[in-house]
Design a protein around this ligand. Structure first.
Ligand code: FES
Length: 136
């Protein structure tokens, strides 16, 4: 295995690179023949693969953390976490809590989930809480 790598690095690669007709200016690319372009293809391909690999290694890792879409599109973005606290006594007999994160009255449902569902094909809806009959 190492013998093959050695031959490639010490002999084949230098021979290939010396055989390339690399112009001295960008304008010189216009004068290359079809055969010159064909000979340059492996070099361009390997360079592109190398650049993509470096790009993915150094930039892809930081992107990977945010691959999933955000649930919260716009509500209280200045806060590190959206937490809502309510007293049970204030809830009344019936209340609908938003679970789609699109309500203008968040955390209460204002029906915005209907538009979201129609536009996205999603099926989200509110959490409905109601007191049992006779309970207070
Ligand atoms: S508006 Fe979000 S669940 Fe109704």
């Amino acid at each position: 295995m190492m013998e093959t790598v050695h031959i490639f690095v010490k002999s084949s690669l230098p021979k290939y690179l010396r055989s390339l007709n690399v112009p001295k200016s960008f304008a010189g690319f216009a004068n290359l023949s079809g055969e010159d372009w064909l000979n340059l293809c492996p070099l361009f391909f390997c360079t592109a693969v190398f650049v993509m690999a470096v790009y993915r290694i150094f930039l892809g890792g930081s992107r990977r953390k945010n691959k999933l879409p955000k649930v919260n599109q716009s509500l209280m973005k200045e806060d590190s976490k959206v937490v809502t606290q309510m007293d049970i006594e204030d809830i009344g007999d019936k209340i609908a809590f938003c679970r789609c994160w699109r309500s203008k009255k968040f955390p209460l449902c204002d029906g915005a989930h209907n538009r979201h569902n129609a536009e996205s094909g999603d099926n989200v809806g509110p959490l409905l809480l109601r007191r049992a009959e006779g309970e207070k």
